[in-house]
Every structure is written in C-alpha cells, then in structure tokens.
Design a protein. Structure first.
Length: 147
C-alpha cells in the first residue's frame, strides 16, 4: 500500500492509504497451476447441469396398452396366457418459481418417491427423450430429495 501525503485541490487531504486495486488472481502461481485453474473453469462453465427447486402438483399414470399382433390383429399373449402390455407411463407437473413443467415424464421410482405439494430439489442434466415419436429437449432428473 502507498501512503498518500497531503495533496492539492482537496484530494487526499488526510493521510490516506491507497490500496492497489488491480486484480491479480494468479499472482505467485506457476504457469502449470494457472493453466490447471483455467481448465477447471472451462469445465465448470460448459458442464451440462440442471438443478431446480420445484413442487410436484399433480401425478398421472397412463396405463400401457395391449401389444397387438400385426398379422392377426389380436393381443399377444405370454407363455402363461396373459395379455402382453406396453409399459405404463408416469407423468408429474412440477411447479417452480417462474414456471411449470407440464406432464414431465418420469420413471416409476421417481413417481413413487416424490410427494405432491412438498418442495423437492431435482438435479440432472439437459437431454433429449422421445414423446409419442417427437424428440423433446428437456431436463432429465437423475436425483431428487425433499427440500
């Protein structure tokens, strides 16, 4: 720090210490250390990461339809004579500050664990999934817990 003595024109009338305010975040670091920090910042800035605090408002199950044999037009049967069905689909409306994810598709595990009307933290990434043949870009949550 530099100590400024009395100056003319009303500047620094009292003895005031002036700090060097220039940014020197890498001062004293080796080139390799600086490059490691820069690489880490690049990784962090390009990470595909989504975190949202949301409240599940409505849960819905769409039952899987019968699997139909294209040749006969009849439902396919398993070895025990039971009708084969497509998997059930699970949806939930997630409400958060600034919007709503309507009919968000989720796995049965998530569907069973989340509670309607209770805030949860959802963590995941942006990805694509198929919804009735359309490819949708949306958050894909891989973990969740009560907030």
């Amino acid at each position: 720090m530099k100590k400024v003595e009395n100056m003319e024109n009303g500047q620094a009338v009292n003895n005031v210490e002036v700090k060097d305010m220039s940014p020197k975040p890498f001062e004293g670091l080796s080139h390799e250390q600086v490059m490691a920090i820069v690489r880490q910042r690049e990784i962090e800035s390009t990470k595909n990461y989504v975190e949202i605090i949301a409240t599940p408002r409505e849960k819905e199950i769409i039952l899987g339809k019968d699997i139909i044999d294209k040749q006969t037009g009849l439902p396919k049967l398993d070895s025990e004579g039971n009708v084969l069905r497509y998997s059930n689909k699970y949806y939930v409306d997630l409400s958060f500050d600034g919007g709503v994810l309507k009919k968000y598709p989720c796995k049965k595990e998530m569907f069973d664990e989340i509670e309607e009307g209770v805030k949860h933290r959802f963590i995941g990434y942006m990805g694509t999934y198929k919804n009735f043949g359309d490819e949708i870009i949306a958050p894909i949550f891989t973990s969740w817990n009560v907030f």
